[in-house]
Design a protein around this ligand. Structure first.
Ligand code: GCU
Length: 343
């Protein structure tokens, strides 16, 4: 596997929030994490979604159940809307212990260890059920999820689905790669997703999630791709009203935690934590379909139109990406294990 190390990012905004010394440790009087060994803490969790999003709802419930089951020793405070920084910053902050946990897209982890790239490929997962069975199968992901502990002090705990992602545009629906020619399609910060946008006919513009509404509104980009839930909760439909069902990818978010903090949990509390986290991603998966239906209805009422795309017009270009990007044995092994689980 190829690894890169996190470079320092500007922490100015975060220091201004007074969070610099809040990573793992004893619960302090105000209940937040302090320094030293942890008998417990209120863990700060960075999220880039709104409070209506299933990820916020499931994580907030996680904190409540965790606190109850550990008699208040451990709790989670979820900070939505990128208040602790966009995902790239959040990753750095969890690594250095300034923030305890974060939800980050798979694309962010691909930049640290290219084994993670495999699960960011279009077509690697057939659907949400398949994806969830792969990414919580210890035999497949055990080594992957601990692979960043030594270098980055980060442990991956598992994930939430991002559902199927499709393209939405400011300029009318798309039916084939030709319709995206000369158009700027916002992608997450990932070499793979830049290539994906190009394979779909567009020119790629990597950008943080929180900048996208303005990006679409101002014409910095002409299109983006996501799931219906984010399309609605971020109000992107207001500025990019045509949704075209390219269904090019089942996306994946990971829950990451500072490894030192995790190691400080007593065995008993760690067992409770793991059990409640399992209940959390199961709740998230259960909420997902209804949230998607609701998002479609709300966005439609707000002026969006959802268009079907005929006959797999984007599929051929996308299926070439696996061959192009899988370059190591460990990547191939993950890919094969994921595909075998679909059969
Ligand atoms: C989804 C995903 C986020 C990600 C976002 C994006 O909403 O859940 O984790 O940041 O897509 O496109 O950036």
């Amino acid at each position: 596997m190829r690894k890169k190390t996190l470079s320092l990012v500007a922490l100015t905004g975060v220091t201004a929030l007074g969070l610099a010394a809040c990573g793992g440790g004893d619960a302090t009087e105000d209940g937040t994490a302090g320094g030293g060994a942890a008998g417990g803490a209120t863990m700060r969790l960075a999220l880039n979604q709104t409070e209506e999003h299933p990820s916020y709802i499931a994580l907030d419930n996680f904190g409540e159940r965790l606190s109850e089951a550990t008699e208040g020793r451990w709790d989670i405070d979820v900070f939505p809307n990128e208040t602790l920084g966009a995902q790239q910053e959040a990753l750095q902050l969890v690594s250095d212990g300034t923030v305890d946990m974060a939800i980050v897209s798979g694309t962010q982890l691909e930049n640290l260890d290219d084994d993670f790239l495999v699960f960011n490929l279009p077509k690697v997962f057939d659907d949400v059920e398949h994806q969830m069975s792969v990414i919580h199968d210890e035999e497949i992901v055990g080594d992957l999820y601990t692979s960043l502990e030594e270098s980055e002090n980060l442990t991956v705990l598992g994930g939430f689905t991002q559902g199927a992602r499709s393209v939405y545009t400011t300029f009318g629906p798309v039916q084939s790669p030709d319709d995206l020619a000369g158009k700027k399609l916002r992608v997450q910060e990932s070499d793979l997703h830049i290539a994906m946008a190009e394979a779909m006919g567009a020119s790629a513009t990597p950008m943080a999630f929180g900048e996208l509404y303005t990006g679409l509104q101002s014409g910095v980009v002409d299109a983006a791709e996501n799931n219906e839930v984010s399309y609605w909760t971020q109000k992107h439909y207001e500025v990019a009203p045509d949704w075209s069902y390219t269904n090019h990818l089942v996306g994946l978010d990971y829950l990451i935690i500072n490894s030192d903090l995790l190691a400080e949990m007593s065995e008993e509390d760690r067992a409770i934590f793991d059990e409640e986290w399992t209940a959390t991603y199961e709740e998230h998966t259960e909420l997902w379909d209804a949230a998607t239906q609701d998002a479609i209805e709300q966005a439609t009422a707000g002026g969006a139109t959802f268009h079907e795309v005929e006959g797999g017009a984007f599929d051929e270009a996308l299926s070439a990406l696996a061959d192009e990007f899988i370059s190591t044995e460990s990547q191939q092994a993950l890919y094969d294990a994921a595909r075998a689980a679909a059969e």
